[in-house]
Design a protein around this ligand. Structure first.
Ligand code: GDP
Ligand code: MG
Length: 603
């Protein structure tokens, strides 16, 4: 295809503002998906995506579009539009960033009943960093609650255009979507590249498919990639043969090759996404390029949690399942870990809590595993007085010697809300050790607050607290900005004098007491009485900060079976044994599995 006829664009928006629905309408309107095959959120293919109504993986689709021509309304030349649908959730910002690098323009979509939200801003700033042409669009104008004039003014003010430049569409009814596609053709700059230069293509996604191996999505920047050619990954030097090359529209369609500005897929038979790394540059093995294209930063895990099979004999299955998921998710990292309380498992690193949730759900659903996940924590850097340094991803490994300083990761958070909630938001951020960086009014009743916050304070329940304090009106976005020194301590929980590693936590000194009291109280309710008294203690080092006791009972169930009813006695004994199986022995205390789950769950 002549690059002059190519338009590469993506849709960015706050979650639920209608990206996927708009993508559906575009698939329909351009005729690439037939009416009878159409289903809502067509491109969200994973079960979890479909059920939760969220997009996790980006998708690239090739759409033919002949814009309405001049005054007589006859169609113009048929263009090739490559549309890339992106996820909206903060955890998946790195996916958005990758998609943006493959585009020349973006549709910035805003719900006409909601207005600008935190991820609208975050995505807009990302798009500006990538020098994209921004096409502002209000969606859901069919809603009775829509306020298109008000929000068009807000959006125009934000990006510096006229309110009349803001397009108004309904992704639900399709109104305005044709005009939007015309606009995309009109304002998106065609891709620029050198067709005679050595081939260079940028990998912006890489997906493992059980039947085809890794499918790599690329945008060709210079030169040409053809069927059967031998290619080289520039970061590793690894060579592969192109078994297939093609475009998705939206099903995979083989082609002879891809030229400048074209977006498509490559199949080489590799089995692991890490061999086809997002951000890497693909070139030809013979007469290849020397300089790779500018890549992206690798996504870094921010949150760690221990994953343990409920049934210890499932450990090998858990390992295989993680191996399989990693084929498709370069951001997922894990290593084996043992816990005195929970047995053999893995310490797993995630991009954030939603990522954790999604992985856990996939492990349970797609692989049939029952899991215990320990409370999520961030990475700490601990400097000892003797100058040695430890990186702690598991609280139970927090060093015990003389500590000079502890560093914790911090984020820059952007919060958007109606101005009546300023007080509530400030109070919440204060209680989470936040530092106010600044505040701006986006309009007279809508305010943006910027804070530095410890990541540990927001990974757990910050979002829920924010939503409940603002009746759901506030939105949040954050990005990691480094680390800060903080007064942090490890709180241990002891059962009958034995430390339970799964319950250890690193908290701010001022919150240690509250954490200890809460956990000890919860455990007292959950641990059944034993034949002996069981003290439950919370301690910092050797100093006990909270204590409860589970009193002893002598529970002689057999005493009830007077007389000689042997079969009844046997039944009772068997029942008791059944009950025992779901217990974990911690030291010499029996702890029901439910206790672990209840204590580690986030309420
Ligand atoms: P995404 O998270 O940005 O991909 O948003 P979705 O496309 O999944 O849409 C979120 C919700 O908004 C879904 O329930 C859609 O049916 C609904 N929705 C999307 N566009 C429109 C629209 O134009 N009008 C109305 N009334 N609802 C819409
Ligand atoms: Mg979506």
């Amino acid at each position: 295809t002549d690059p002059a006829l190519i338009r590469n664009f993506c849709i960015i928006a706050h979650i639920d503002h209608g990206k996927s629905t708009l993508a559906d309408r575009m698939l329909q309107l351009t005729g690439v998906v037939e009416q009878r095959q159409m289903r809502a959120q067509y491109l969200d293919r994973m079960d979890i995506e479909r059920e939760r109504g969220i997009t996790i993986k980006s998708q690239a689709v090739r759409l033919p579009w002949a814009p309405t021509g001049g005054e007589d309304g006859t169609p113009g030349a048929t263009h090739v539009l490559n549309m890339i649908d992106t996820p909206g959730h903060v955890d998946f910002t790195y996916e958005v960033s990758r998609s943006l690098a493959a585009c020349e323009a973006c549709v910035l979509l805003v719900d006409a009943a909601q207005g600008i939200e935190a991820q609208t801003l975050a995505n807009l700033y990302l798009a500006m960093e990538h020098d994209l042409t921004i096409i502002p669009v209000l969606n859901k104008i069919d809603l009775p609650a829509a306020q298109p004039e008000k929000f068009a003014a807000e959006l125009a003010h934000l990006i510096g255009c006229e309110p009349s430049d803001v397009l108004k569409v309904s992704a639900k009814t399709g109104e305005g979507v044709g005009e939007l596609l015309d606009k995309v053709v009109e304002v998106t700059p065609p891709p620029v590249g050198d067709k005679d230069a050595p081939a260079r293509a940028m990998i912006f996604d890489s997906v493992y498919d059980a039947y085809r191996g890794v499918v790599t999505y690329v945008k060709v920047v210079d030169g040409h990639l053809g069927k059967r050619e031998r290619i080289r990954m520039m970061s590793t030097g690894a060579a592969h043969e192109l078994l297939e090359i093609g475009v998705s529209s939206p099903e995979m369609k083989p082609a002879d090759g891809l030229g400048v500005g074209e977006v498509g897929y490559l199949i080489t038979g590799v089995k692991d996404v890490r061999q086809s790394k997002v951000g890497d540059t693909v070139t030809l093995l013979n007469k290849g390029a020397e300089e790779p294209l500018g890549g992206y930063k690798d996504p870094k895990p921010m949150v760690f949690s221990g994953l343990y099979p409920l049934d210890g004999s499932d450990y090998p299955e858990l390992r295989d399942a993680l191996d399989k998921l990693q084929l498709n998710d370069a951001a997922l990292v894990y290593e084996p870990e043992t816990s005195a309380a929970l047995g053999f498992g893995f310490r797993v690193g995630f991009l954030g809590l939603l990522h954790l949730d999604v992985i856990r759900e996939r492990l349970e659903r797609e692989f049939g595993l029952d899991l215990i996940a320990t409370a999520p924590n961030v990475i700490y850097r601990v400097i000892m007085e003797d100058g040695t340094e430890h990186t702690v991803t598991n609280p139970s490994e927090f060093p015990t010697g003389k500590i000079a300083e502890v560093f914790e990761p911090v984020v820059r958070a952007t919060l958007l809300a109606p101005s009546e909630f300023i007080g509530a938001i400030m109070e919440l951020c204060q209680s989470r050790r936040g530092t106010l960086l600044g505040m701006d009014y986006l309009s007279e009743d809508r305010v943006e607050l910027r804070y530095t916050l410890p990541l540990a304070e927001i990974v757990f329940d910050f979002f829920d607290a924010l939503k409940s304090k603002t009746r759901g009106y506030a939105s949040l976005d954050y990005e990691p900005t480094g680390e800060q020194s903080a007064d942090l301590v490890k709180v241990d929980i002891l059962l009958h004098g034995d430390k339970v590693d799964a319950f250890s936590a690193i908290t701010h000194k001022e919150k240690a007491y509250a954490y200890g009291v809460r956990l000890v109280g919860k455990l007292r309710e959950l641990i059944p009485r034993q034949n002996f008294e069981v003290p439950i203690q919370a301690a910092i080092g050797s100093r006990v900060i909270a204590r409860e006791t589970v009193r002893a009972i002598r529970k002689d169930v057999l005493a009830k079976c007077y007389g000689g009813d042997i079969s009844r006695k046997r039944k009772l004994l068997e029942k008791q044994k059944e009950g025992k199986k779901r217990m974990k022995m911690v030291g010499n205390v029996e702890v029901p599995q439910e206790a672990f789950i209840a204590v580690l769950s986030s309420d």
